[in-house]
Design a protein around this ligand. Structure first.
Ligand code: NAD
Length: 494
């Protein structure tokens, strides 16, 4: 008996109601571990997006804006408790939908609850300033919600990213229309049910699954949307920015990276190699913050490469629902084809596959590929420059600190950087010189609700997480009240 029955989601969520899509059409979701259709979701279009935006606008203009911030925060923490309660179920939905191992998805759901809880706690600590700019005037700022937020998310970490966007957007009093990725919408609809159960007022959170070119495009072009918060590819971000230009919508983007991970000879090499292996291959390399370029000081290069290969050979690739699995399949046939094409490109560019490159033995169905390590490629190669979004690590030697920094920064991306060293001076020097939104020393890319996260250069615009994320969701209004007791001067009197 199949313990994981077929899921059929017929309706999207808008204005507190479950509605059939105007087109009547549905999208199929494929389980990447088995290549079988395991769920269907509504294929929302511009009409459905319009319904959701109207609902979000009337919730914004209605009771939501009058709710005390403490009460708003309480609703977020109530939602957090429900997400935590359902972590096992939501994690399983996520593993079926995107192929990430259960050990990762259940943990991610629990962390998503922490994100919502953090922003729930922040909701009544968001306040403006009093500005003493002159005598006999009271000047202050009010931090007001931007309005209706269009949130667009990718397929690689769906539930995490819902919490990254919903948390700060709701804490600051906005309303949201969420369009999840077309291949991983099931958990978004499950979350919508928890939004209902938490008692969040109708229209504050709306979820419209659909394709990027239809629902996504309609959402980012809709005149009733005031801000777009997007995670996904650089090309899509550019298209969204063009749509957002019409009406000057606020935007924030997180668009991936080709993150440099530097290992200096004076580092704790055992720890560096363990973390480098994990950071390159976790989530099958389908993470914007993978350490996909490993730069190793030449004096320890051979030692580090041998240790990397040994660790990589111990990674268990397998079905997402197998508790023993370390990394699952690619999320789709398209992503697998893309990774294979990059492996071929690396070979064509003169690189050498040190380990991996093929389909893991014993896994005949599913979008699987072995974790793969390349050497012999310069940083100018396409494999070292482009985001594969697969388990492909490029290892490059360097001689000096200056050279390491130059290679690290020689990329169009700037999301994450990391270095391993026991020299405290170097730790600070190199951190200051790295062009990335998050730099870590002797660890790699710690992700936490309290730590701001976002990219330099083509990796993005704006910040998520921490208190900095709240700035992305508010308008700053300055109010000046003049209470001078003398007669006002009339510049036109003479
Ligand atoms: P994508 O940018 O096409 O999709 C991300 C989201 O944007 C999805 O919800 C999609 O429906 C939506 N979208 C697509 N076209 C749109 C449009 N015209 N208007 C509005 N929304 C639109 O990314 P993808 O095709 O899923 O993945 C392609 C590549 O993007 C990956 O290989 C990877 O390099 C990168 N990526 C990065 C991240 C990240 O976390 N930064 C996540 C996923 C993918």
């Amino acid at each position: 008996m199949n313990p994981h029955p077929f899921v059929r989601e017929d309706r999207f969520f808008a204005g507190g109601e479950w509605l059939a899509p105007a087109s009547g059409a549905h999208l199929e979701s494929i389980d990447p571990s088995t290549e079988e259709v395991w769920a269907t979701v509504p294929d929302g279009d511009a009409t459905d997006v319009g319904t959701a935006v109207t609902a979000a606008r009337s919730a914004l203009d209605g009771p939501w804006s009058r709710l005390a911030p403490t009460r708003r925060g309480r609703l977020l923490t109530d939602l957090a408790a429900l997400v935590e309660r359902d972590a096992a179920r939501l994690g399983e939905l996520e593993s079926r939908d995107n192929g990430k191992p259960l050990r990762d998805t259940v943990g991610e759901v629990k962390r998503a609850a922490e994100w919502l809880r953090y922003y729930g706690g922040a909701a009544d600590k968001i306040q403006g300033d009093v500005i003493p700019f002159r005598d006999q005037a009271h000047a202050y700022t009010r931090l007001e919600p931007v309005g209706v937020v269009g949130a667009i998310t990718p397929w690689n970490s769906p539930i995490s990213l819902y919490s990254w966007k919903l948390g700060p957007a709701l804490a600051t009093g906005n309303t949201v229309v969420l369009k999840p990725a077309e291949s991983t919408s099931v958990s978004a609809l499950a979350l919508a049910r928890l939004v209902e159960e938490a008692g969040i007022p109708a229209g504050v959170v709306n979820v419209v699954p659909g394709r990027g070119a239809t629902a996504g495009d309609a959402l980012t072009a809709h005149p009733g949307v005031d801000k777009v918060s997007f995670t996904g590819s650089y090309g899509t971000a550019q298209r969204i920015m063009r749509n957002a230009a019409n009406g000057l919508k606020h935007v924030s983007f997180e668009c991936g990276g080709k993150s440099p991970h530097l290992v200096f000879a004076d580092a704790d090499l055992d720890r560096a190699v363990a973390v480098a292996t994990h950071s390159a291959f976790r989530s099958t390399g389908q993470s914007c913050s993978c350490g996909s370029r490993l730069l190793v000081q030449r004096t320890v290069y051979d030692e580090v490469l041998a240790a990397l290969v040994a660790r990589t050979s111990r990674i268990r690739v397998g079905p997402a629902l197998d508790p023993a699995t370390h990394i699952g399949p690619h999320t789709s046939a398209g992503q697998l084809a893309k990774t294979r094409a990059y492996i071929q490109l690396g070979l064509d560019e003169g690189g050498r596959v040190v380990t991996g490159g093929g389909r893991p033995a014993g896994l005949e169905r599913g979008f699987y590929i072995e974790p793969t390590i390349f050497e012999g490629l310069g940083n100018g190669s396409r494999l070292a420059q482009e985001e594969v979004f697969g388990p492909v690590l490029t290892v490059i030697p360097f001689d000096t600190e200056d050279e390491a920094v130059a290679i690290a920064n020689d990329t169009t991306y700037g999301l994450v950087g990391g270095l391993w060293t026991s020299d405290i001076g170097r730790a600070h020097r190199v951190s200051a010189r790295m062009q990335a939104g998050l730099v870590s020393v002797n660890t790699f890319r710690p992700t936490h609700w309290m730590l701001p996260y976002g990219g330099y250069k083509q990796s993005g615009l704006g910040r998520e997480n921490g208190f900095d994320a709240l700035r992305e969701y508010v308008e700053v209004k300055t109010v000046v009240v003049d209470y001078a007791d003398e007669e006002p001067t009339d510049p036109f009197a003479h």
